[in-house]
Design a protein around this ligand. Structure first.
Ligand code: C5P
Length: 396
């Protein structure tokens, strides 16, 4: 999509693939990075060829795959010099040990020594190797030199054992690459983001809710974290996974969400209410499942308005709300901005194609006390960044 704010667009990424079972995940990693607009070149070690073929990596990267130090005598200088970012995934104990001690005995280890940019490593090995103090010392040394580590995770390992050593998932590695080149312009902020729908129960198994998927809020939480903020994500039911590093609080009802927001409010500097909070809740909640009979009448009461409650507080954070309207009634959003004492409101017309619920895109207008910024149809990730860019501008 035109105008997308893709962090990795036009970046040149050099990927090192070493000999671990997780080498197969490199194919997906390369594909994802290319989707983000990066160009990818791969160096693989001889050991990696036992796990994955050079052809798979060549097809995925649409580039030649390098592995021999001597058949391209200048590759160890030229490939790193032309790369913005270098990623080793999977990174074995062997390559980490070599790099920590400055050993340059193959194309990848030699390239690591000549590289001057951001380096991200995704370790993958058996837990006994990972916990070995010699390995840990090597790892600590690299981190003290500015190398960025992503993972590993605890889980089932290739050898059949459980433990720490499984390579991070591809999404997490991509997120870590993005984060490594994102300006940390929100480090001073403690941000609460609410997301998803609330569920208002009228018996133990039934509730009223809405179509919100949580995508907008989850995208905002990830983008804020990447920019260095401390992030709490308070979310109603969603099928999405919160990004690692986010303080995640799942809730169900509007009342739960209000409680959670109030608890987190202390020292928070920004509240972003992207949740689709139900406006109504059943007046009565039956203790037992209601029997099926001819007709059921539900009486509904208003839910607490979280934004208004927080807006009234004396030491309130900077408040950003959302106005999902049907029909282009932007004036309603402007009215809400004032009425609910917000600092910024994001207007979107949920009846417009590609906007609103359950889609990956949104067309919004960012309205604050000084400006109205009309954005084109963008991915929710780009909308999230646009909102945060305006936040940074206002708070500067
Ligand atoms: O007035 P309206 O419901 O359209 O306002 C939407 C904004 O208010 C959203 O940011 C939403 O998260 C928030 N909201 C709230 N508490 C409610 C209903 C909506 O904070 N009970």
């Amino acid at each position: 999509m035109k105008n997308e704010r893709k962090v990795l667009r036009n970046k040149s990424i050099l990927i090192g693939v070493t000999g671990g079972v997780a080498a197969y995940k490199a194919v997906d990693l390369i594909r994802r990075l290319r989707e983000e607009g990066s160009s990818v070149t791969v160096i693989m070690t001889e050991a990696a060829k036992n796990f994955i073929t050079p052809l798979s990596l060549e097809v995925a990267s649409q580039n030649r795959v390098y592995s021999d130090l001597f058949s391209d005598p200048l590759a160890h200088i030229m490939l790193p010099a032309n790369a913005d970012i270098m990623v080793i995934a999977p990174a074995t104990a062997n390559i980490i040990g070599k790099f920590a001690r400055g050993i340059a005995d193959n194309l990848l280890s030699t390239s690591l020594l000549s590289f001057r940019g951001k380096l991200i490593i995704a370790p993958a090995m058996n837990w006994r190797m990972y916990e070995n103090p010699i390995f840990q010392e090597n790892l600590r040394y690299l981190l003290s030199r500015g190398v960025i580590q992503v993972g590993p995770e605890k889980g089932a390992l290739a050898c059949g054992e459980e433990g720490m050593g499984r390579m991070s998932g591809v999404s997490e590695i991509v997120e870590s690459i993005k984060s490594s080149i994102t300006k940390k312009d929100l480090v001073k902020e403690k941000v609460i983001v609410t997301a998803g729908p609330t569920r208002e129960y009228f018996d133990p198994v039934r509730f009223i809710s809405n179509r919100s998927s949580g995508r907008m809020g989850y995208a905002i939480a990830s983008a804020a974290l990447r920019r260095g903020a401390q992030v709490t994500l308070i979310s109603g039911h969603s099928s999405l996974n919160p990004t690692k590093g986010v303080n995640f609080i799942p809730v169900e009802t509007a009342a739960d969400m209000l409680d959670a927001v109030n608890k987190e409010l202390n020292l928070s500097t920004v509240l972003i209410m992207s949740a689709a909070v139900s406006d109504f809740m059943p007046a009565e909640k039956h203790k037992n499942k209601i029997e099926k009979s001819g007709e059921l009448l539900l009486r509904l009461n208003k839910t607490p308005d979280i934004l208004s409650e927080i807006g009234k507080k004396k030491n309130r954070p900077f408040i950003i709300g959302f106005a999902a309207e049907t029909g282009g009634r932007i004036e309603r959003a402007e009215k809400k901005l004032k009425e609910k004492n917000m600092d910024m409101i994001i207007f979107n017309d949920v009846t417009e194609a590609g906007s609103g619920f359950d889609v990956d895109t949104n067309r919004v207008v960012i309205i604050d006390k000084e400006k109205k910024i009309e954005l084109p149809l963008l991915s929710k990730n780009s909308v999230a960044d646009a909102i945060l860019e305006r936040l940074v501008e206002i708070r500067a």
